[in-house]
Design a protein around this ligand. Structure first.
Ligand SMILES: Cc1cc2nc3c(=O)[nH]c(=O)nc-3n(C[C@H](O)[C@H](O)[C@H](O)COP(=O)(O)OP(=O)(O)OC[C@H]3O[C@@H](n4cnc5c(N)ncnc54)[C@H](O)[C@@H]3O)c2cc1C
Ligand code: SF4
Ligand code: SF4
Ligand code: SF4
Length: 1024
């Protein structure tokens, strides 16, 4: 039954708020620290009343239920556009209906409640807000509301004139007609008296002064394709017959297909597929503007306000497959360039004299700019659906309140608006942090309890304790930060510069503005700490007799040596080159990784007593090493052989990337490439080759040729951007086929086909479609592999799964394989991960205690501060990488391992709740329970939960209705009264009585504690 929400009866709503406030200093999960406090005395006269702040949730998921509106109020919303009602109030909306991970899509439209229930819900919200004010400001509960409810109706004249919608509007304009008006007033009065503050006379004043005019303004929403005559007729009906101040919502289609397509493409939304029919059928400017003129005059005749709401959503093709149906509605950041352009057009046409209510891609970074043009009220939805949820409003409302005086009064500043529209050319900058790639979910299943996890740690191949070392950096303690890093990562300097930082890809902050600069923080810790690999507690006093030989002194070999040596193992590394460091030392260009940085890590490994034998002549015989007393051998020889590229007519013009980079690094002056170079490939080697080529003597132009598109490139996005910034020219969907007439490189054009085994679309040649590039030299960076002859010589069979995936042991006992030699071209941190696996296996086989790890030192006091962090968007600022900047950056960390709660924050309906449970050794860990009654299966929590799972199905669920309990498959409980629960756990049902010795012992024991807590502290959640 999880598709259908239940509403909370009014008396229980008030009881819930009072109880939650008393026990937890929060209301509907919104903690006191994030409440908005108005500081500016300016208020706005809006159609519908006086408003403290012209800001709030748009008609949508945040204004459907009373508790949603309350949550918005607490965080500073003062203008509430109530969720649209329409005559068809029994629609079965297919679920999920929200996909807010990136730009934002939905497939829902009007309220899911019946019209009568919707009216009651809005009445409950209207009467709840005075109660909320008394709760949180008992000494000064302002009698004036200071907030405005704006109803939203759709979608055609017949429906709006139907008795259902007509009656709804009558109730909203004068709620004294509502059957519950009197009884709710009485409940409010009694609940306030029970609360004891404010004084009875003030309470009597508050209740006596309650205005029954919930909403005297309306926003009209029409379907795409609604004829202009009908739109005009509805507006006239609302203005004249219903006597309501009216906004009419316009669609972005008014800009025309070509403009919308161009705006989307220019701002990085090429993936959005439009439907030209939508534009053809919709209202055109030639009809819209005269109609708006007539309506403006008509409203004035009737002494009503008239304005436009910009803008409606845009129907687009459903190409993402997350939501049902072929068409979905676009919202969020992608609407910003469209809506602000439309606002510019409308404002110019009406000389700034037609009021505009604005909703389209607002967030912290553009809110003030829009407000300063005089466009308001400002509403938003998608931003509030992302992690942080309602809490994001706190930052928005506080910021807007601070600058309220800069908002022009009753006029639109045309010049400023024109500048804002012009500045869209720079929008790409803004866009970069609102459309970061979806960090995705892990493959780990969502547990019933104890789910909080740090996605950065999950994304890291060596599971580095990122939140802990950021915590130390926040405190300015580089030593403890580096000690935490070294526990998992013996190469902090190298990884501080060139790690491909999968932690950042997964970081929760991606959903806010930008990932934590984790790698830069690590680099700073490494460079500013006095701790090193060889300082206590790592080094054992007396070395053991266990001997391990490692072949190859690249990152894999070095890391494995460090993990073993710090536990006392005697390690010798055999390296064929004259110096250690492997690919990072001999191939990766110095402009990316200075030699001194590599030297720091090698010095630390050496200080652990690791013996290096360099210039070791090939061939190496593993059996000889065994004979010399080495009980274990680790092969870490990398993937040092470039895959060849052979083209007709090349005549010596092709170089492989490794050879080129090696020469460029050791003797850059000797490199002769000519003027124009083509680099073929899309990985990090290709990017380094392109950047190095651009720095080589005589080179003017470098082309990067890649056979798929930028979206499929294996190279770090950052490295591609660096190459482009350096001046490389990027060609996608192209592959070289031959050299013709000397320097003309003929390339085949390609298109993307079906997915191949790598999960990426396969490039297919486009028949007879070629292009030519003039090049003097081609650098092939199309992959690297390990030296096959090494394995053959040593009897290591490389067929199928040729090593044990858990131990990384080859077919020869006690001979292991690590890094690029095992994986093919991979990364430094993956080599370290292999090294750790192997070291752990060897230590276990030798019964050697693993070296001590650093105890997690994070103090729980940090939790108190986290809700404020969750409510704030803040871009990183680490240009100078000084202590203050690093501390500030570390302070952006949300410590997801201590307090994830994304499902709590993003649920518009407050259907996920954090219950404080004491756990031995910890204080007050939050456990998430799901409240079945409030959930409408919109799917938003599923999008943002970092696990493979759906919080609304997989978390312990509280049911209010027996039928719902029976219908659902969720593990959970229904309260039977007097401390007794009917519980279902892993499909088994039983009765549990809190405190009774007859109750069964529950596993995990957390369930017992959660049930006890629910009964003792959170009884208001148990039934309504
Ligand atoms: C151009 C380029 C750019 C890269 N950029 C990045 C990046 O930005 N970030 C990142 O994380 N990774 C990057 N990588 C990948 C990274 O360098 C490798 O994943 C990492 O170095 C693998 O470590 P390894 O120890 O397995 O191998 P290697 O570093 O290749 O080390 C192997 C060592 O074994 C030695 N050896 C080989 N055969 C023998 C033998 N028979 N006897 C003795 N010694 C032998 C070699 O001389 C070498 O020193 C890049 C790679 C390339 C080529
Ligand atoms: S916010 Fe902090 S803990 Fe959360 S994923 Fe990012 S770095 Fe990790
Ligand atoms: S619990 Fe999840 S699915 Fe249910 S309403 Fe909240 S966000 Fe939507
Ligand atoms: S989103 Fe909710 S259920 Fe998922 S890990 Fe976070 S707190 Fe747990």
């Amino acid at each position: 039954m999880d598709k259908f929400m239940r509403t909370i009866p009014f008396d229980h709503l008030l009881h819930w708020m009072r109880s939650e406030w008393r026990t937890n200093a929060q209301i509907f999960g919104i903690p006191r620290a994030t409440f908005f406090r108005k500081a500016n005395s300016r208020v706005f006269a809006l159609p519908g009343g006086s408003c403290e702040l012209p800001l709030g949730p748009a008609a949508g998921p945040h204004t459907q239920l009373a508790q949603n509106i309350i949550a918005g109020y607490l965080t500073g919303a003062r203008y509430f556009e109530l969720k649209t009602v329409q005559v068809r109030d029994d629609l079965d909306i297919a679920k999920p209906c929200i996909d807010a991970a990136g730009e934002g899509y939905n497939s829902e439209w009007s309220t899911e409640l019946s019209i009568t229930d919707a009216a009651t819900e809005y009445l409950k919200a209207w009467l709840s807000l005075p109660f909320v004010k008394c709760l949180i400001h008992p000494d000064s509960p302002a009698v004036q509301p200071g907030y405005v409810f704006n109803v939203s109706v759709g979608y055609d004249l017949k429906g709006i004139q139907s008795p259902k919608v007509d009656g709804f509007l009558d109730v909203l304009t004068d709620a004294s007609n509502h059957p519950d008006w009197r009884s709710f007033q009485q409940i409010l009065y009694e609940s306030l008296l029970e609360h004891k503050t404010p004084s009875p006379s003030t309470i009597a004043d508050i209740v006596g002064n309650l205005a029954p005019q919930i909403s005297t303004s309306v926003t009209l929403s029409t379907m795409h394709g609604c004829p202009p005559q009908e739109i005009e007729a509805i507006c006239r009906h609302l203005l004249a017959t219903k006597k309501m101040h009216t906004y009419v919502k316009l669609n972005p289609t008014l800009l025309g297909y070509a403009v919308v397509r161009d705006l989307l493409d220019r701002h990085g939304f090429q993936n959005i597929q439009l439907q030209s029919e939508t534009f053809e059928h919709d209202l055109q400017g030639t009809e819209a503007f005269p109609m708006l003129m007539r309506l403006k005059a008509f409203a004035a005749q009737h002494d009503r306000f008239f304005g436009v709401k910009l803008s409606n959503t845009l129907p687009v093709k459903n190409t993402r497959g997350r939501l049902p149906g072929s068409e979905i509605y676009l919202s969020g950041p992608a609407l910003y360039p469209l809506t602000i352009s439309l606002a510019g057009l409308v404002a110019q046409t009406f000389d700034g004299k037609l009021p505009i209510s604005y909703c389209g891609g607002l967030d912290y970074f553009n809110l003030l700019e829009v407000a300063r043009t005089g466009i308001y009220p400002l509403t938003l939805a998608t931003s509030l659906l992302k992690p942080g949820g309602y809490l994001r409003l706190t930052q928005l409302s506080t910021t807007l309140d601070t600058y309220l005086d800069q908002i022009p009064d009753n006029r639109i500043d045309l010049e400023r608006l024109a500048q804002l529209v012009d500045s869209l050319h720079n929008f790409r900058k803004v866009n970069e942090f609102v459309t970061v790639p979806d960090p995705g979910k892990s493959t780990e299943k969502l547990p019933l309890f104890d789910c909080f996890t740090a996605p950065c740690q999950q994304g890291c191949p060596i599971r580095q304790n990122v939140p802990d070392y950021l915590y130390h950096l926040e405190k300015g303690d580089a030593d403890r930060a580096l000690a935490t890093i070294l526990a998992d990562n013996p190469l902090p300097h190298i990884t501080g510069y060139i790690c491909d930082h999968q932690c950042q890809v997964k970081c929760t902050r991606n959903f806010y503005e930008k990932a934590l600069a984790v790698r830069d923080c690590k680099k700073w810790a490494a460079e500013n700490s006095r701790v090193s690999l060889s300082s206590a507690p790592w080094r054992r006093k007396s070395p053991l007799s266990v001997k391990v030989a490692i072949i190859g002194a690249g990152p894999g070999g070095l890391a494995c040596a460090a993990f073993l040596a710090r536990s006392g193992v005697l390690v010798t590394i055999y390296e064929k080159e004259a110096s250690a460091g492997g690919t990072v030392q001999h191939i990766i260009p110095k402009f990316r990784l200075p030699d001194s940085v590599i030297a720091e890590d090698i010095k630390a490994v050496t200080a652990l007593g690791v013996k290096f034998i360099t210039n070791w002549p090939e061939p190496i015989d593993i059996h000889n090493l065994h004979n010399q007393g080495f009980g274990y051998v680790v092969i870490a020889i990398g993937a040092g052989q470039s895959r060849p590229l052979n083209l007709d007519g090349a005549n010596g013009k092709i170089l492989d990337s490794l050879t080129f980079l090696r020469t460029f690094k050791s003797d850059p002056g000797s490199v002769r490439l000519g003027k124009t170079v083509a680099v073929v490939g899309g990985g990090n080697s290709a990017m380094d080759a392109a950047r190095a080529a651009l720095r080589a003597d005589g080179v003017r132009t470098v082309h990067i040729i890649y056979r798929r598109t930028v979206n499929e490139m294996p190279a770090d996005r950052e490295e591609l951007e660096n190459a482009l910034r350096d001046g490389a020219i990027f060609h996608e969907l192209l592959t070289p086929v031959e050299f013709i007439s000397g320097n003309r490189l003929k390339c085949q054009r390609l298109r993307l086909g079906k997915l191949d085994s790598s999960g990426r679309p396969y490039p297919i040649p486009i028949e007879n479609s070629f292009s030519e590039i003039q090049v003097d030299c081609l650098i092939a960076a199309i992959g690297e592999e390990a030296d096959q002859s090494f394995f053959e010589r040593n009897g290591i069979v490389r067929k199928g799964l040729w090593y044990n995936p858990k131990t990384l042991e080859t077919n020869i006992t006690n001979v292991f394989i690590a890094g690029d030699a095992r994986r093919g071209p991979a990364t430094v941190v993956e080599a370290i991960a292999d090294a750790r696996t192997i070291a752990t296996v060897i230590l276990k086989r030798e019964k050697i205690k693993n070296s001590p790890t650093v105890k997690p030192a994070k103090e729980m006091e940090i939790i108190a501060d986290l809700s404020l962090r969750k409510s704030s968007l803040q871009l990183p600022n680490i240009q100078n990488e000084n202590r203050t900047q690093i501390q500030q950056e570390a302070m952006r960390c949300l410590h997801c391992d201590l307090l994830c709660g994304r499902c709590v924050d993003v649920c518009p309906n407050r259907a996920n709740f954090g219950v404080k449970v004491s756990t031995p050794g910890f204080k007050d860990i939050l456990q998430i329970v799901h409240l079945d009654g409030l959930c409408n299966a919109c799917g938003n929590c599923v999008t943002f939960c970092p696990y493979d799972g759906a919080p609304y199905r997989d978390k312990f669920t509280i049911f209010w209705d027996r039928h719902d309990f029976i219908q659902s498959r969720n593990s959970g409980a229904i309260y039977l009264g007097e401390g007794r629960f009917s519980v279902r756990l892993r499909k088994k049902s039983f009765t549990y009585a809190v405190g009774s010795t007859n109750s069964p012992k529950l596993s995990p024991p957390t369930i017992t504690r959660v049930l006890e807590q629910l009964y003792q502290q959170y009884r208001f959640l148990l039934s309504v």
